[in-house]
Design a protein around this ligand. Structure first.
Ligand SMILES: [Zn+2]
Length: 314
């Protein structure tokens, strides 16, 4: 069973035509020079909490005070297939949009709905000094800010002062995420890229978290002052928890995979060797003391799929 769809999907048809010439990609510029910010939503077609926040900004006629903010609805084709009766089914059309962000894939001859769209969006990703990629999660969970491993992104995420758990990870073996693309992964560079996992896809809390993080990101990047944030977007400042460094992941080898408890993420398992799951009868144990569980989910269970990431507080 899927989780209840309590937030309705946004209507995006009116945002198809845009001032950039690329459908569903909108620029808003301030009067003063400033950062080149890209905010992306719908990288996964069924994760529309961020798209609701972007549509609200567009509807309100919002623009930054400084620099340029590009608001992009990414995998609109997958989103167009969203069905509340099968809400997990519209994550992508042909392949995961967030695994195609390597030059050889983007420059290569392969075609897919997601590659075509990524090629359209690539100039906007190439020019961004700051990227915020808005996602949400299969399971109800405290929001996460996924930073990659570079110190500048970790520091930027912590400076937002949200309650989100900062998760330091190396990305995925099966393809490159947008936030790890090109200059965002340059250790000597200055470009900032964060990925927000805002909470359960269709729960109203995910919209609240997306709005709060989006405005904090824009302020921190220099697009507007805190006092210029529209009313109702920000939650109170929080002291973020210590970042978690992802050290590994548990990959299912069978469909007979189950957790020993109803983990929701963020749990700290005290002792190494604690059984947290079984996979075709085989025990899955924690590899070290004080192991933190990150994004446990069996929603997309099949052999080869990550069921939980394991991390250490830094
Ligand atoms: Zn996602």
């Amino acid at each position: 069973m899927h989780h209840p769809v309590t937030t309705l999907p946004p209507t995006l048809a009116r945002w198809s035509v845009s001032n950039t010439g690329v459908p569903h990609v909108h620029e808003r510029a301030g009067a003063a020079p400033g950062p080149e910010i890209l905010v992306t939503a719908l990288v996964h077609g069924n994760e529309y909490s961020g798209a609701i926040a972007l549509a609200e900004l567009l509807t309100a006629g919002w623009a930054p005070a400084r620099g340029r903010v590009t608001l992009a609805f990414c995998n609109v084709a997958a989103f167009g297939r969203f069905d509340p009766a099968q809400p997990d089914a519209s994550r992508f059309v042909d392949q995961d949009f967030n695994r195609v962000w390597a030059a050889d894939a983007l420059d290569g001859p392969r075609r897919s709905a997601e590659l075509e769209r990524a090629r359209q969006l690539r100039p906007f990703v190439d020019r961004a000094t700051h990227l915020l990629d808005l996602h949400s999660m299969h399971e109800p969970c405290t929001p996460l800010l996924v930073t990659g491993t570079l110190a500048r992104n970790i520091a930027f995420a912590q400076s937002l002062r949200t309650s989100a758990q900062v998760v330091i990870d190396e990305g995925h073996a099966d393809g490159v995420r947008m936030r790890d693309y090109g200059g965002f992964a340059d250790a000597q560079g200055e470009r900032i890229a964060l990925l927000l996992e805002a909470g359960q896809h269709w729960h109203p809390h995910a919209v609240v978290a997306a709005r709060d993080t989006l405005m904090r990101f824009l302020v921190q990047a220099g697009a507007l002052a805190r006092l210029e944030v529209p009313g109702g977007w920000l939650l109170p400042d929080r002291e973020p928890p210590a970042p978690v460094v992802v050290t590994g992941r548990v990959v299912a080898s069978s469909m007979d995979f189950r957790f020993t408890e109803a983990f929701t993420g963020g749990e700290t398992i005290d002792s190494a060797g604690t059984v947290i799951a079984t996979d075709a009868g085989r025990d899955i144990v924690t590899p070290y003391d004080d192991c933190v569980l990150v994004m446990p989910s069996l929603r997309q269970l099949r052999p080869g799929v990550t069921t939980v990431r394991l991390g250490r507080r830094s």
